[in-house]
Design a protein around this ligand. Structure first.
Ligand code: F0G
Length: 489
C-alpha cells in the first residue's frame, strides 16, 4: 500500500458547499441498465417483491449490500495475479496471516469462506443448550447460528439505539447496567461470550465507542467471560471513533484499530465487507481458543491454509486488510452516506440519524405510517423504491425477522429500508439520483400499500421468500410515475 494516509479526507469547497469528494479515479467500469418503469414493475413482480430475487441486468444502482461489492483497489487486483496455489502451506495464506497480525494484532488465524462460516465454527465450539449470548445487537446469520446450537441472543443495547432520530454519536454502545443484570441473572457459566458488533448493522450501521468497549472488557474480564468482536465493519467504526470520540481525534487509524481488537479474546469477520474481497476469518491471540476451534475448519471449510477461499481472494484480502488503515479509503462510504442522509433529513424524509456506516437507512414506519407492520412496510418500501428508480435496496425489518411458535410474525424493533453504499462504487450524481427518486416517492407515499407472503421459507426467509402486493398499488405507482416524468426513465 502507498503511504497515502496523510492526504486530507474532508476537502473544503470555495463555494461552501458540503459535498463528499471521490479520493480515487475510476479505471474499470461496468455498464448499468436503467430500464423503463413498466419493465421495473414486471421485474419486481417476477422477483416476488423480494429485492434479493432481482437480476442485476434489471438494476440501475445495486444498493442491496456492501458485501462482496466494494470496489477493489489496483493493488488488490495486482496481488491476485501472484497468488500461490497450494492445498497446504500456501504463501498467500502466510501473507494474509501477516496482514492480520500487523493490522488487527492477532497471531492465530483460522480462514473461513465467509462471515457466517466463522459464526458456525464459533457457535459450534462455544455454545451449549441453554446458554445466552449478550450482544449490542444481533445480525441475522449470527442469531441463526446461535439459535441452531441451542443458545439464545440477548440484546442489551442502550435506550438510544432504536431511536430513529438521534444525535448520539455511538448508538451501537452496549448497555453496561443491562450487562451487569444479565450476568447476575444467568451467571458466567451460562454465558459463553459477549459479542460486540462493529458499525452495528441492523440498527443502521451505528458504531460503538472505544470507551464502551473498554468498559465491557473490564466487566467481562472481572467475571471471566470471553469477549468476541464481529469486526466485519470495523473500518467504519474506527473512522467514527476518530471523528466522534475526542480522545482519538489525533490518533492514527492504525493505533485505534490495534487497541480496539486488543480489547477482545476473539475477533471474526466477513472479508466481503472489511477487506473489499470475499472470504472471512477468525483470529485470536489465545492458543487455547484456537485449538478448540481449529478442527472444525477442515471439516466445514477446507484445509487450515485456505478455509474454502481461493488463494487469489486470500491475496486480495491481505492487501485489503492493510488498506483498512488508510483514511482515504475508510472515510469514503461514511462521507457519501452522510451526504445522502443530511440531504434527505433536511427535506423532511424519515431517516436514521446520525448517519452511520454501511448505508443510508430509511425509516419505513415513518415513510408509510398507513402500512401495518404485519404487511411489511420496509419490504413494501424496498419494492416501491425499485419500481420508482431501478435502485435495489434491502428490507431490514419484519421480513428479516422470524415467526414465534404460534406462527405469528415477531415484529421487528425497527422497519428500515437499507440503501448500502459499497466503498468507492457510486459517484455523487448517482447518489443525487437516489435522493431525487426517494423524494418523489415520499411525495407519493400514500400510493404505496403492503405485501404478503406467498412462499415463505422456514429459515432466513428474507433471502428466498416470495411475496405479492396486497392490492394493485404497484400499477398505480407506475401510472403516477408516467404522469409526472412523461417519457423519462
Ligand atoms: N456479521 C455482520 C456484522 C454482517 O454484516 C454480516 C453480513 C455477517 C456477519 C455475515 O457475513 O455474509 O460473509 O456470511 N452482512 C451482509 C449484509 C450479508 O448485507 O449486511 P457473510
Amino acid at each position: 500500500m502507498n503511504d497515502d494516509s496523510a492526504f486530507p479526507t474532508e476537502v473544503k469547497f470555495f463555494s461552501g458547499e458540503e459535498i463528499p469528494l471521490e479520493l480515487h479515479k475510476v479505471r474499470v467500469v461496468q455498464k448499468l441498465h436503467l430500464r423503463p418503469v413498466e419493465e421495473r414493475h414486471r421485474a419486481m413482480e417476477a422477483a416476488g417483491y423480494n429485492t434479493f430475487l432481482l437480476h442485476t441486468r434489471d438494476l440501475f444502482l445495486d444498493m442491496l449490500t456492501d458485501s462482496g461489492t466494494n470496489a477493489m483497489s489496483d493493488q488488490q487486483i495486482g496481488a491476485m495475479m501472484v497468488a500461490d496455489d497450494a492445498y497446504a502451506g500456501s504463501a498467500s495464506f502466510a501473507r494474509m496471516q501477516d496482514a492480520i497480525r500487523d493490522v488487527l494484532g492477532m497471531k492465530y488465524v483460522l480462514p473461513v469462506h465467509q462471515g457466517r462460516a466463522a459464526e458456525n465454527v464459533i457457535s459450534k465450539t462455544f455454545i451449549k443448550a441453554g446458554d445466552v449470548v449478550p450482544m449490542n445487537y444481533h445480525f441475522t446469520t449470527t442469531k441463526a447460528h446461535i439459535d441452531i446450537n441451542g443458545g439464545k441472543v440477548l440484546e442489551i443495547y442502550t435506550d438510544e439505539a432504536l431511536k430513529i432520530k438521534s444525535a448520539h454519536p455511538f448508538k451501537g454502545n452496549l448497555d453496561l447496567k443491562k450487562l451487569e443484570a444479565v450476568i447476575a441473572e444467568y451467571g458466567p457459566a451460562r454465558i459463553p461470550y459477549v459479542r460486540m458488533e462493529a458499525s452495528t448493522n441492523l440498527i443502521g450501521g451505528q458504531p460503538f465507542s472505544m470507551q464502551n468497549l473498554r468498559d465491557v472488557r473490564a466487566m467481562t474480564r472481572q467475571h471471566g467471560i470471553m469477549l468476541v468482536l464481529d469486526v466485519s465493519l470495523v473500518g467504519e467504526n474506527i473512522w467514527f471513533i476518530k471523528q466522534r470520540e475526542p480522545e482519538f481525534k489525533n490518533a492514527s487509524i492504525r493505533d485505534i484499530l490495534l487497541e480496539f481488537c486488543s480489547l477482545s479474546d476473539l475477533i471474526y469477520f466477513s472479508s466481503r465487507k472489511v477487506s473489499s474481497t470475499r472470504g472471512g476469518a477468525i483470529a485470536t491471540n489465545r492458543q487455547d481458543l484456537f485449538n478448540r476451534m481449529k478442527d472444525l475448519v477442515p471439516l466445514y471449510e477446507g484445509f487450515l491454509t485456505y478455509g474454502g477461499m481461493s488463494v487469489r481472494e486470500i491475496e486480495a484480502m491481505a492487501v485489503g486488510l492493510r488498506e483498512t488503515i488508510d483514511d482515504t479509503i475508510i472515510s469514503q462510504s461514511p462521507s457519501f452516506i452522510k451526504y445522502l442522509i443530511n440531504d434527505l433529513d433536511s427535506s423532511g424524509l424519515p431517516v436514521v440519524t446520525p448517519a452511520g456506516g454501511l448505508g443510508a437507512h430509511i425509516d419505513a414506519r415513518g415513510f408509510l405510517p398507513h402500512v401495518p407492520q404485519t404487511e411489511y412496510p420496509a419490504g413494501a418500501l424496498a419494492a416501491a423504491f425499485y419500481i420508482a428508480s431501478g435502485v435495489r435496496g434491502m428490507e431490514r425489518g419484519t421480513i428479516s425477522s422470524v415467526r414465534d411458535e404460534n406462527g405469528n410474525d415477531i415484529l421487528a424493533d425497527v422497519e428500515l429500508l437499507r440503501l448500502a453504499m459499497p466503498r468507492r462504487v457510486f459517484t455523487l450524481s448517482q447518489v443525487k439520483y437516489v435522493a431525487d427518486r426517494l423524494k418523489w416517492l415520499y411525495a407519493n407515499r400514500e400510493l404505496i400499500g403492503g405485501l404478503k407472503f406467498v412462499d415463505e421459507p422456514k429459515v432466513l426467509r428474507f433471502f428466498l421468500g416470495r411475496l405479492t402486493a396486497t392490492s394493485d398499488w404497484p400499477a398505480k405507482l407506475v401510472a403516477k410515475f408516467r404522469r409526472d416524468f412523461g417519457e423519462s426513465l
